[in-house]
Ligand binder design. Structure first.
Ligand code: 13P
Length: 333
């Protein structure tokens, strides 16, 4: 694919009433999820779990793309069909997580920086050949006393822009994900300020590094009260502050914004998205790229009997996709 085709893919990712399912947990992260429901974290169980998710009947009605982990991009259904082929047949674009996770940021206790740029050009070439149409890189910004530092924001946004430029060179749409973590007792105004500073720096870096904004998708966190803040902002305030912050920082020529769920309950993640989509004249489609808020109900059901509960678990995957697809149009009740 050439750079001219990136905007078309980006627009397809945020087609009306559709969003992304994030199933790109690293082996360490999926082990935590499996441990929580008593499933052994073997390669075959990971494959079977992802097959259950990706073969959900009708998934493509509400899902435009799925973000996979390296191992999953190479796996097949039990009948031998590559997951990527199955996805394309169902109108679901294959995506790939390409960052290598976070490490402590030297000199800044409590802060982290995302790794994975070394060798990325070659990895992206291989991912494109394997069928990946878009990629994801997650930067993590923690809020706490004297955090985040400007250094942490700058280092992480610089890396995100370097990743984005490399993706576009390889003909892959970069999904750029600066996640402001909701842990902490900070109030919603603090989250707003940190989100604003982060997004400003992100788009400055994307501009400086010649990234084509029309070929980028932003994966954003919502502007929320910290998880341990005594005063929790309600749905209306979260929606209003999030959209206000995005309007203040994100160029109107960006094709679309999808949200991560970040530890919100399934219901709240859907409610917040729906509320934002009741506003008139949002400059971009606002949709979802949920991981936990798409999968948690299904994982619990599947884990009880991973052979016989596939269809039952898939019902909840479909229901979550439908609810969030409707919320992406402001039509969820
Ligand atoms: P959550 O929706 O569970 O936050 O996951 C989204 C994701 O891809 C995080 O990088």
């Amino acid at each position: 694919m050439s750079i001219d085709q990136l905007p078309e893919i980006a627009l397809a990712m945020v087609a009306r009433g559709k969003g992304i399912i994030a199933i790109d947990e690293s082996n360490a992260t999926i082990k935590k999820r499996f441990d929580s429901v008593g499933v052994e974290c073997t390669e075959e169980n990971r494959r079977a779990y992802r097959e259950m998710l990706l073969t959900t009947p009708g998934l493509g009605d509400y899902i435009s793309g799925a973000i996979l982990f390296d191992e999953t991009l190479r796996q097949k259904t039990k009948d031998g069909k590559p997951f990527t082929q199955l996805m394309m047949e169902n109108g679901i674009l294959p995506g790939i997580k390409v960052d290598k996770g976070t490490v402590p940021l030297a000199g800044f206790p409590g802060e982290v920086v995302t790794e994975g740029l070394d060798g990325l050009r070659d990895r992206l070439k291989e991912y494109a050949a394997l069928g990946a149409k878009f990629a994801k890189w997650r930067a993590v910004i923690n809020i706490g006393e004297d955090m985040p530092s400007k250094t942490c924001i700058d280092a992480n946004m610089h890396a995100l822009a370097r990743y984005a430029a490399l993706c576009q060179e390889a003909g892959i749409v970069p999904m750029v994900e600066p996640e402001i973590i909701m842990d902490g007792d900070h109030d919603i105004d603090t989250c707003y300020d940190v989100t604003e500073a982060t997004l400003r720096e992100l788009f400055q870096q994307l501009f400086e590094q010649n990234v084509l904004i029309e070929g980028v998708i932003l994966k954003a966190s919502m502007v929320l009260s910290g998880k341990d803040c005594e005063e929790q902002a309600d749905v209306e305030e979260v929606a209003a502050q999030t959209v206000h912050c995005l309007k203040a920082t994100v160029p109107a020529n960006l094709p679309g914004i999808v949200f991560l769920s970040g530890g919100q309950s399934d219901e709240l993640a859907t409610e917040h998205l729906n509320e934002m989509n009741t506003f008139e004249n949002n400059p971009w489609p606002l949709s979802f790229s949920y991981g936990r808020a798409m999968q948690s109900a299904a994982l619990k059901i599947w884990a009880k009997d991973i052979v016989n509960n596939v269809a039952e678990a898939q019902k909840t995957v479909y229901a979550r996709a439908k609810d969030n697809g409707l919320a992406a149009m402001g039509e969820w009740k």
